[in-house]
Ligand binder design. Structure first.
Ligand code: NAD
Length: 453
């Protein structure tokens, strides 16, 4: 017997009872989520600090307030999102009612990673609740303090019959995945994404995969140097580089590289002081295993600045690498740490060719004062999302879909896109039982029908 079969079965029964269908039920759960964030703000900030030494400011803007704005948007939009969408009709259906019903899938599984353990668990949950589903939540075991709060406290704010939290690692997740779900939403790395997709295929369960990859960042010769350096440094070293949309490497000309290096170093000193290890504003690597992996990447190319590390604290200094070859380890995997390699190209065309040779990234960034260059990068490449002249600010808009393409994932969410992701769009036509004379025009014998052909 599968250890989670009973949990999934009882959620399915709750779903079939129709409990999650009314807007009032959904709104009450969303309000519960809001209360959870408000009443447990301090313990959530403490848990994030314990897991990742996440600075409270970063936790506020990238975890708590993002969830709150998604909840508030869903609460304000619930009725309009849920409404049947009436569509235009053809001659034969003029007297009928044709509409798209936004139907909840049923029992949904949400699997979250550790790098933004609250945001990446709750933002999908908001969409799943708004769409009227029952949900199994599987937080990451790596961010164990946040996992504990989610496991022990969150269920008090949600309907127990409709929402369940399952704790554990790969073994528990694998067992969970043997069950039939109506939708699976996974955020994590590409390797595990493949495992999830294979499990989903057993039941033909639709999925969203929010995966990672190497996000390129092109810096044009024509740019405001220090502004670019500040923005690149901030979003590369935010959360100690453990951000799926962080720029993974910079592409620029050799001349720009020489100017960018001191500007990046200046930004790092401004942000974290002369000794970043003592700064309260720099997070730590999640685990000893990840620390060793990231530290191993410091051996690629040459350290231009940074490069220090402290295993005890899982600290890695904000580091920029130069003279990196495409074949070096740092260019073979997603870095997911505070390391930024700079690779040189002759210009935008070569940068585009470099990007196109690789898997489609989750995000792509282009910095230039010349909008033609930014548009050229946008027009001639593909990525999950794109931001010109800044990094990951596109994520802050709930009006933009967020998701990957190709190796960086499939499906989108945020704002209404989350509601749509967790809704089956049921095409409905309600016809009159009468008007048979009109209908009889389509019945055999067809020889009597004149289609005017
Ligand atoms: P992960 O794939 O290791 O873990 C994610 C979840 O999968 C966890 O809950 C974990 O318990 C479970 N899991 C791990 N191994 C498993 C296995 N063998 N079988 C079944 N389940 C398993 O991801 P992570 O290391 O926690 O997160 C980092 C990765 O996630 C990076 O690649 C990053 O780019 C990506 N990510 C993507 C997004 C996005 O929105 N696209 C956001 C954050 C992180």
């Amino acid at each position: 017997m599968n250890p989670f079969a009973d949990t999934v079965q009882s959620l399915r029964e709750a779903f079939h009872s129709g409990k999650t269908r009314p807007a009032e039920f959904r709104a009450a759960q969303l309000e519960g989520l809001n209360r959870f964030l408000k009443e447990n703000r301090d313990s959530l900030l403490a848990a994030l600090a314990q897991d990742l030494r996440k600075p409270p400011f970063e936790s506020e803007i990238s975890e708590i307030s993002i969830c709150q704005s998604e909840i508030n948007l869903a609460l304000n939009s619930l009725h309009s999102w849920m409404k049947d969408e009436h569509v235009s009709k053809n001659l034969a259906t003029q007297l009928d009612s044709a509409f798209i019903r936004k139907e909840p899938y049923g029992v949904v599984l949400i699997i979250a990673p550790w790098n933004y353990p609250l945001n990446l668990m709750l933002v999908p949950l908001v969409g799943a609740i708004a769409a009227g589903n029952c949900v199994v939540l599987k937080p990451s075991e790596m961010s164990s303090s946040v996992e504990k709060v989610i496991g022990e406290v969150l269920p008090r704010y949600l309907d127990k019959n409709c929402f369940a939290v399952v704790l554990g690692g790969p073994q528990e997740t694998s067992a969970l995945l043997e069950n039939r779900f109506d939708y699976i939403f996974f955020t994590g790395n590409t390797t595990v994404g493949r495992i999830v997709m294979a499990a989903a295929s057993q039941h033909l369960t639709p999925i969203t995969l929010e995966l990672g990859g190497k996000n390129p960042c092109y810096v044009d010769d024509n740019c405001d140097l220090q502004n670019v350096a500040n923005r690149v440094a901030w979003f590369r070293f935010f959360n100690a580089g453990q951000t799926c949309v962080a720029p993974d490497y910079v592409l620029c000309s050799p001349e720009m590289r020489e100017k960018l290096l001191p500007a990046l170093q200046h930004a790092v000193t401004q942000f974290y002081g002369k000794d970043p290890q003592s700064s309260p504003d720099l997070a730590r690597i999640i685990s000893p295993k990840h620390f060793l992996r990231v530290r191993g990447l410091l051996g690629s190319g040459r350290v231009a600045f940074g490069g220090q590390s402290d295993e005890q604290e899982r600290y890695i200094a904000p580091t920029v690498l130069v003279d990196v070859k495409e074949t070096d380890p740092v260019m073979q995997e997603e870095i997911f740490g505070p390391i930024l390699p700079i690779l040189t190209v002759s210009g935008v065309e070569e940068a585009i060719a470099f990007i196109r040779k690789r898997e489609k990234p989750l995000a792509l960034y282009a910095f230039s004062n010349d909008s033609k260059v930014v548009h050229q990068m946008l027009d001639q490449t593909s990525s999950g999302g794109f931001c010109g002249n800044d990094g990951f600010m596109h994520l802050t808009l709930t009006t933009l879909p967020f998701g990957g393409v190709g190796n960086s994932g499939m499906g989108t969410y945020h704002g209404k896109f989350s509601f749509d992701t967790f809704s089956h769009q049921r095409g409905c036509l309600l016809r009159s039982a009468g008007l048979e004379k009109f209908n009889s025009l389509r019945y055999p014998p067809y020889a009597q029908r004149n289609l005017g052909l």
